[in-house]
Design a protein. Structure first.
Length: 264
C-alpha cells in the first residue's frame, strides 16, 4: 500500500481571535493541519483546543511589528514541513481622524498591517516557488477598496496590500503560486475593541456595526469556498460591500455618501 496523502498545512497569521480563529476552525474541519500564530500564545492554545476532534494544530507565536520575530517564526514553521496555504490576517484598526492621529500610531498600523505581512510572505513564498505549489490568502477589507472617515491609516494599509499583492500575483503567474484576496465587510469580531485612537490608546468598545456584522464562522465558510476555488478576490459581508461596486462605477456618488458617513 502507498503512503497516506499528506495533510494540507495552513499557516494562519493572526489566528488568536475573530476571522483568523474562525478560518482555523474551517480549515481544520476540512482536515488541514493548522499552524496558528499571533502575539498571544495563550489565546492560540485556546483556539487549538476548539478545533475539530482529530485535527492537528501547532502554535507558533509571532509579532508582526518585529522583523526578527517574523524570521524566527517562519523558520520554525518551515522546519515543520511545506506550507501549502499562507493566511495573512493580522491587523490593527483605527478610530481617529487622519490629521489628529500621531505619526507613531500611523507607523505602528502600517508596520503590522502591511510590512509585517510583506516580511512573512518574503520568508515563506520562495519555498512555494521552489515546489511550484502554494497559495497566499490575504485578508484585506472593504477598506482596501474605499476609504471612510476615522479609518485613514487602516484603509491605507489595506490599499497597500492590494497594490503589493497584485504585483506579486503577476510575478508569480507562471510559478505555481496563487493569491486570493478576501475583502470582509462587517464581521462580528473584536477588531473595533482593539482599534487605536489618535494617541495609540485602545478604542475598547465594540462598535454597533461590528456587533451586527456577519458571524465569523459564517464568514470563514464562505471564505474557504473562495480559497478552494482559488478566486483572485472576493468581498464577503452584508450590504456594505456594495460600496466597492459603487466606487468602481459611480465614484462621485460613493464619495458623497462617505462624506456624511460616521462609523460606529
Amino acid at each position: 500500500m502507498g503512503d497516506a496523502p499528506r495533510r494540507r498545512t495552513v499557516w494562519i497569521v493572526g489566528a488568536s481571535t475573530g476571522i483568523g480563529a474562525a478560518l482555523a476552525r474551517a480549515f481544520a474541519a476540512g482536515g488541514a493541519r493548522c499552524v496558528l500564530s499571533s502575539r498571544r500564545p495563550g489565546a492560540l492554545e485556546s483556539v487549538a483546543r476548539s478545533l475539530a476532534t482529530g485535527s492537528e494544530a501547532v502554535v507558533v507565536p509571532i509579532d508582526l511589528a518585529d522583523p526578527s520575530a517574523i524570521e524566527t517564526a517562519a523558520k520554525q514553521v518551515l522546519d515543520l514541513g511545506p506550507v501549502d496555504v499562507l493566511v495573512l490576517n493580522g491587523g490593527i484598526s483605527q478610530r481617529a481622524g487622519a490629521l489628529e492621529t500621531d505619526l507613531e500610531v500611523v507607523r505602528r498600523i502600517m508596520e503590522v498591517n502591511f510590512f509585517g505581512h510583506v516580511a512573512t510572505t518574503r520568508a515563506v513564498v520562495p519555498s512555494m516557488v521552489a515546489r511550484r505549489s502554494g497559495q497566499i490568502v490575504v485578508v484585506s477589507s472593504v477598506m482596501g477598496r474605499i476609504g471612510t472617515p476615522l479609518r485613514s491609516t487602516y484603509a491605507a494599509s489595506k490599499h497597500a496590500l492590494h497594490g503589493w499583492f497584485e504585483s506579486l500575483r503577476a510575478e508569480l503567474a507562471d510559478r505555481g503560486v496563487s493569491i486570493t484576496i478576501l475583502c470582509p465587510g462587517y464581521v462580528r469580531t473584536d477588531i473595533s475593541i482593539h482599534a487605536l485612537h489618535a494617541d495609540g490608546s485602545s478604542h475598547a468598545v465594540m462598535d454597533g456595526q461590528q456587533e451586527r456584522g456577519m458571524d465569523a464562522d459564517v464568514f470563514a465558510r464562505k471564505a474557504l469556498r473562495a480559497i478552494d476555488r482559488r478566486r483572485a478576490e472576493v468581498a464577503i459581508g452584508g450590504a456594505e460591500i456594495v460600496g466597492i461596486t459603487l466606487f468602481r462605477f459611480v465614484p462621485a456618488l460613493l464619495r458623497r455618501i462617505v462624506r456624511g458617513y460616521r462609523p460606529g
